[in-house]
Design a protein around this ligand. Structure first.
Ligand code: GLA
Length: 737
């Protein structure tokens, strides 16, 4: 491996591979200056500086350098109080009671083994180099180690900051961002994703404004309201062209990603823990680690950037042991029966599922003691004796005897006021003195910062998982946090609770996934209320949304796909009329919307299965047969308009190409449109399975495939030439010959 990091004698640092170069250096005054971030340079140490020392009539702290002002300088990790008026990466109150910090370069080192972050998940090293730059505030005795990691094969850089108080007085950290980037003055757009329950991952693109643009969460989860992802796009960037810079966090709690245009046009990006309601008491002699931030880059547009993220997340973040394991097709009891589950019903559903070729049964909410609706019992993780008389291990064994795998739902972080757990430990919830805790979905949040809570939950789940017949766990979390305080912390550390909660959650997840490496965990938080790389580093897949109407789910999968590979997504055929938006749609379109998600299944009542048994059997057979294809491939968003969505998926071995076409509203005499493929072998021939026609790769890419007016699958009209209603779709399969 050629060296990925280099350092010049005058302390310019470069991290460079074939995808990008990132260059920064130490100014004569000792500050870290960002020099360049973008496409790979052949000689990165000689990148021209983008900061020019000219008089800006700004305050300067250096008498010898009157033209040097922090108000304009592109700093790689800015602090506060010394002539830089932009939002700082690090700030707080020092032992003297003021908020002036000044960090200067002290040393650096390069290591081949990526340093692990204490108590926090982070991307895996290997084929990587990490440059660690140490800065110090000599007066306030604050040391900051900035870790920069680059991998040989990926277009992603990881950053984090480690704080150490090496003085005698305490420091209160208010801002402790993981990273700061600087972009030279130019025209950029911001791409970000917002939403709510059942409408996650709506894309918005806006011009970078003057002032500060912030997406953040203060809900205790990374949240569906603003996903922890922001991309800066060169003005005019498209799916295939333009420089695109994405930033995300390996973190699942309160985050903030900010984009600030300074008075001289430079753009600063910060990402890390949300400073609102956050304080960390950095006592003398202690350390604090920020979560890891990831920056992805491509000069080949948003599609290029997605490809960089997908490769990286699959190989370096998602649990390695599931990387190449095809996901089983499954039936989930939730939309089939909601809370009305009994052993008898589950076994009947299992029977039915086995008959139509489904491979796993997932018992969702409603199985534990006293849980008849969402009013009670969270926390009491024992099977309800009346409805599940044999208990979970025996049920799992019975389901397995029918040839299915068995999965089960938990919502471990929660407790119902009406539960034995709450009665025994009322102090185990997040709360503040003197205030009645707010309820969310009739439940309270356990204080996972407490070790005894972590231990209780570990034992409760271990009791069930240890039977050895559980193949899958759906880990849910169904409310936002309020009255965030801990009975275990003193008043001056209460604002550490939300972050300590995350550390506790990660610890618990680490213990469980270490003990049960074969169990497939799925991340869920009312759908996508915590769909982030922190959770996905423990769990190989996620339930991105409760929206199961296919037309409602399309933009959610499309939005999530900017960052996440299909490998981590799950989708099922839900009921029609749909329970979230009332839409009626065909089984065909319900399947096709999730056709490229690695995990596919159904959540249907016995009656609805009976009504469509043959069709569902065919789709589940197709899902089983193609399960391996949906891992490791390339996903392309060919077209997204109000009336049409066109997605292409090329398998990792490039032997099969799928095209999914959705036509939202029907109309007569529509123009015949074309699908312009991408990423094919121009000289290879591709055979369309349904009619055996052969197309040359270059023709599919240049001339395009004429698209049919597609079918919902509900009438007998000829698939390719007659529209037969709204919400129609067609899935094409091409094999390379
Ligand atoms: C959340 C999840 C659903 C389901 C229910 C059960 O809403 O997102 O998929 O598991 O909880 O209560």
């Amino acid at each position: 491996m050629t060296s990925l990091t280099s350092v010049s004698d005058d302390l310019t640092f470069a991290l460079s591979n074939r995808h990008f170069s990132y260059v920064f250096g130490v100014t004569p005054e000792g500050h870290l200056e960002n020099i360049y971030y973008g496409g790979a340079l052949s000689d990165p140490l000689n990148a021209p500086l983008h900061y020019r020392r000219i008089t800006r009539h700004a305050a300067t702290i250096f008498e010898d350098s009157p033209n040097y002002s922090l108000s304009d300088m592109p700093q790689d990790y800015p602090s506060s109080g010394r002539s830089d008026y932009r939002y700082p990466a690090v700030g707080g109150v020092n032992a003297d009671g003021n908020s002036v910090f000044s960090l200067a370069y002290v040393s650096h080192r390069t290591v081949l083994e990526k340093p692990a972050l204490p108590d926090l998940p982070s991307a895996r090293g290997g084929g990587s180099e990490s440059l660690i730059v140490t800065l110090e505030d000599a007066l306030q005795k604050l040391r900051v180690e900035l870790i920069y990691t680059i991998w040989e094969d990926y277009g992603v850089i990881a950053r984090s900051a480690q704080f150490e108080n090496f003085g005698e007085g305490d420091i209160q950290l208010h801002q402790a961002f993981s990273t700061a980037l600087v972009f030279p003055a130019d025209a950029y757009d911001i791409q970000h994703f917002h939403g709510t329950w059942s409408r996650e991952f709506n894309e918005e693109r806006i011009a970078v404004p003057q002032g500060r643009f912030v997406v953040e969460s203060a809900r205790g989860t990374s949240s569906a309201a603003h996903s922890p992802y922001v991309a800066l796009l060169q003005k005019g960037a498209s799916e295939t062209q333009g420089r695109c810079y994405g930033t995300t966090l390996v973190y699942s709690g309160n985050f903030s990603i900010q984009v600030e245009t300074g008075e001289f046009g430079n753009i600063r990006l910060l990402a890390g823990i949300n400073p609102t309601n956050f304080r960390w008491l950095l006592k003398a002699g202690t350390r604090f680690s920020t979560p890891e931030a990831l920056h992805g880059f491509s000069d080949k547009g948003l599609g290029g950037l997605s490809a960089r993220w997908h490769d990286f997340i699959r190989d370096k973040l998602s649990p390695a042991r599931f990387k190449d394991r095809p996901r089983p097709t499954y039936i989930n009891t939730w939309e089939a029966a909601y809370f009305d589950v009994t052993e008898e019903k589950v076994l009947a559903l299992a029977e039915k599922a086995a008959a139509i070729g489904i491979e796993m049964l997932v018992l969702d909410d409603g199985w534990f003691e006293g849980r008849k609706d969402d009013q009670s019992a969270l926390g009491d993780w024992r099977a309800d004796r009346v409805r599940f008389p044999s208990g979970i291990p025996a049920l799992a064994a019975k389901v397995k005897a029918k040839g299915l795998k068995f999965g089960i739902w938990f919502e471990p972080e929660m407790v119902s006021p009406n539960s034995q757990l709450f009665k025994a430990h009322p102090n185990w919830i997040l709360h503040v003195p003197g205030r009645k805790p707010s309820l969310g979905r009739n439940q309270l949040t356990l204080d996972l910062s407490r070790t005894e809570v972590q231990d209780y939950l570990f034992t409760a789940l271990d009791d069930i998982l240890s039977c050895g017949d559980i193949d899958y766990v759906k880990w849910d979390m169904n409310r936002n946090m309020t009255e965030v305080g801990s009975g275990a912390l003193p008043p001056n550390q209460q604002l550490e609770t939300a972050h300590r909660y995350m550390l506790g959650l990660y610890k618990l997840l680490g213990r469980l996934t270490d003990k049960y490496p074969e169990v497939l965990f799925e991340n869920c938080a009312s759908g996508g209320n915590r769909f982030d790389l922190g959770m996905l580093s423990f769990m190989a897949q996620g339930w991105v949304s409760d929206m199961c109407d296919p037309i409602g789910r399309l933009p959610i999968i499309g939005g999530a796909s900017y960052l996440f590979p299909m490998d981590v997504l799950a989708a099922y055929i839900g009921p029609s009329p749909n329970h979230q938006n009332g839409r009626i749609s065909s089984i065909r379109t319900r399947f096709n919307a999730g056709a490229f998600c690695a995990a596919r299944g159904v959540s249907l009542s016995e009656a609805e299965i009976d009504a469509h048994a043959a069709e569902i059997r065919d789709y589940m057979a197709f899902a089983k047969e193609t399960a391996g294809d949906m891992l490791g491939g390339r996903f392309y968003r060919l077209k997204t308009t109000e009336t049409e969505t066109l997605w292409q998926y090329v398998t990792a071995d490039e032997a099969t190409v799928y095209l999914a076409y959705f036509h939202i509203l029907s109309a007569p005499n529509l123009p015949f449109r074309r699908a312009y493929f991408t990423g094919l072998d121009p000289l290879a021939d591709y055979k369309l399975e349904e009619d055996g026609e052969i197309y040359r790769g270059d023709a599919l890419m240049q001339s395009g495939l004429p698209l049919p007016q597609v079918s919902t699958g509900q009438s007998s009209s000829k698939i390719r030439y007659m529209p037969d209603g709204d919400f129609s779709s067609h899935l094409f399969v091409f094999r390379k010959t």
